[in-house]
Design a binder for this molecule. Structure first.
Ligand code: SF4
Ligand code: SF4
Length: 297
């Protein structure tokens, strides 16, 4: 089974929530305006060019919150004509804005529940509605340590409604504790048991195995396009200040010809991590759910 061509598309760093565990530095003044440097038309042209050059991609649409982006449904509908999409969203919008406009066979959703901002029953009802309309959905909750005791009750509700679920390890400090390293044994057991992800992916999220120097196909088989149109090999390379590959308006942009060593001590992105060569390159992660694809044109 060939590895899918894939990309993460961080459309805009804008969001209607401000979760305490969010990784986006909202206090940086330029973060929320980056997306103004490129237009929806620039993105459409870019994804057309990628299709002409390579064929269909699995595109993980991320942010921020993609549904705050003006004209998002029309934009996704156009891009899904040639590519398959998996959209990460906080589901703060009414699902019926999609019906009849985005084909369920081409668009999946990674739905994140954020307890500081939304009622659980309302979130569940929208998630089930999307699933009933034929969309593949996976629900995720950050295992934020102050709210850890609620996770089991969420799990039971997801089970009852037949929703695939994933509890994402928190990455960061709280007081003297540093996560994910400082989860207790019981908490770690819970996180390993309750996920759609496999053990090697959970190991990655728990920072069990360094990735530095291992050969990875990120940059060759997948890439990351940021809100300002800059293309990188992967998220950790952005943080390290390496791995810039070009810009979406560059007509000569090319993927790397072969895998190359990982520059990061630990890979922080589960989807990108699955492109490490020593994991087998026969599968891909798309928003918490394994998806197989033949890249048919
Ligand atoms: S919904 Fe997501 S992007 Fe928005 S603040 Fe929360 S974690 Fe950050
Ligand atoms: S393992 Fe992760 S950090 Fe390393 S090159 Fe691959 S995607 Fe980037």
């Amino acid at each position: 089974m060939p590895m899918p061509l894939a990309a993460t598309w961080s459309l805009a760093f804008i969001c209607n929530y401000r979760c305490p565990y969010c990784f986006i530095p909202w206090n940086e003044s330029k973060i929320g305006v980056q997306h103004a440097q490129v237009t929806a038309e620039n993105w459409l042209e870019f994804w057309e060019r990628m299709y002409d050059a390579h064929g269909s991609f699995w595109i993980h649409v991320a942010g921020g919150e993609p549904f705050v982006y003006p004209g998002i449904v029309d934009l996704l509908a156009r891009v899904s004509e040639h590519h398959s999409l998996s959209v990460s969203t906080n589901l703060s919008w009414k699902p019926d804005i999609l019906y009849g406009r985005l084909p369920p066979g081409k668009v999946a959703f990674g739905l994140s529940f954020h307890p500081h901002f939304v009622d659980f029953e309302r979130f569940l009802s929208s998630a089930v509605d999307l699933q009933k309309h034929g969309y593949t959905v996976t629900v995720a909750v950050v295992a934020y340590p102050p709210l850890f005791s609620r996770l089991e009750s969420y799990r039971l509700e997801f089970e009852v409604r037949d929703l695939a679920y994933n509890f994402l390890p928190y990455q960061g400090k709280i007081g003297e504790k540093n996560y994910p390293q400082d989860y207790t044994k019981d908490e770690r057991d819970f996180l390993y048991l309750n996920t759609v992800q496999d053990r090697s992916t959970r190991d990655q999220q728990m920072r069990s195995k360094p990735t530095l120097g291992r050969l990875c196909a990120a940059g060759q088989m997948r890439f990351r396009a940021d809100a300002d149109g800059v293309i990188y090999r992967c998220a950790p390379s952005v943080k390290l200040g390496v791995g810039r590959m070009g810009h979406i308006q560059d007509p000569d942009f090319k993927l790397l010809e072969e895998p190359s060593p990982c520059p990061a001590e630990y890979c922080t992105c589960p989807e990108e991590y699955s492109y490490l060569l020593d994991l087998g390159l026969n599968k891909a992660l798309v928003v918490g759910r394994r998806v197989r694809d033949s890249n048919s044109r």
